[in-house]
Design a binder for this molecule. Structure first.
Ligand SMILES: NC(=O)c1ccc[n+]([C@@H]2O[C@H](COP(=O)([O-])OP(=O)(O)OC[C@H]3O[C@@H](n4cnc5c(N)ncnc54)[C@H](OP(=O)(O)O)[C@@H]3O)[C@@H](O)[C@H]2O)c1
Length: 163
């Protein structure tokens, strides 16, 4: 399975249940990579989205069995049940966050789709796990300079786990 995340140079990914930036090209890449796949996320990330991501089966993890999700969204009370369901429906499901889910799912991922945003945001409360680069091969990298629609330089990087 694949973990997809946008991180800053301190591995920060969020603050106050919000993203830290608006990068249209990153959103476009997120959409095109995850389109027609299963996406797995924590309850807080689902809350922050406000509605299910279209054209993807949304799987949400919460310890609250009574948490209400729309009809077309699957809710599981444990990571293992969520991942088992995701893998039964898609050979390459995407883990889309947030911090607690990235940490728990990290060991099961064989691919990381990272958007590295070249900044260190001041106010942050949620982080991506530290990547042990000795365990991952970089197989793709693409730099994008800041412009009038993108406040920061950023790069797309794909890592594949070494076998
Ligand atoms: N930059 C990025 O790429 C990116 C991507 C996604 C999210 N984010 C940001 O990340 C932040 C949210 O991340 P977060 O770490 O606070 O929350 P989260 O991982 O999205 O969700 C945490 C919640 O998931 C449930 N959960 C987690 N592990 C569980 C388990 N093993 N069993 C049962 N339920 C479990 C719990 O829900 P209950 O409390 O309901 O039990 C927990 O409170 C936001 O700021 C968001 O914008 C950033």
């Amino acid at each position: 399975m694949t973990i997809i995340a946008a991180i800053d140079e301190n591995n920060a990914i969020g603050n106050d249940n919000q993203l830290l930036w608006h990068l249209p090209l990153d959103l476009k890449r997120f959409k095109s990579l995850t389109q027609n796949h299963v996406v797995v996320m924590g309850r807080k990330t689902f809350d922050s989205l406000g509605c299910p991501l279209p054209n993807r089966l949304n799987i949400v993890i919460s310890s609250n069995a009574d948490y209400k999700v729309p009809e077309n969204v699957l809710l599981f009370n444990s990571l293992s049940e969520a991942l088992e369901s995701a893998l039964s429906k898609d050979s390459n499901p995407y883990i889309i966050g947030g911090g607690t889910i990235y940490r728990q799912a990290f060991e099961y991922a064989d691919t990381l789709e990272i958007t590295l945003v070249h900044t260190r945001i001041e106010m942050t409360d949620t982080y991506f796990p530290k990547i042990d680069f000795s365990k991952w091969n970089k197989i793709f990298e693409e730099f994008h300079p800041k412009n009038n629609k993108h406040l920061y330089d950023f790069r797309f990087i794909t890592y594949q786990k070494k076998i």
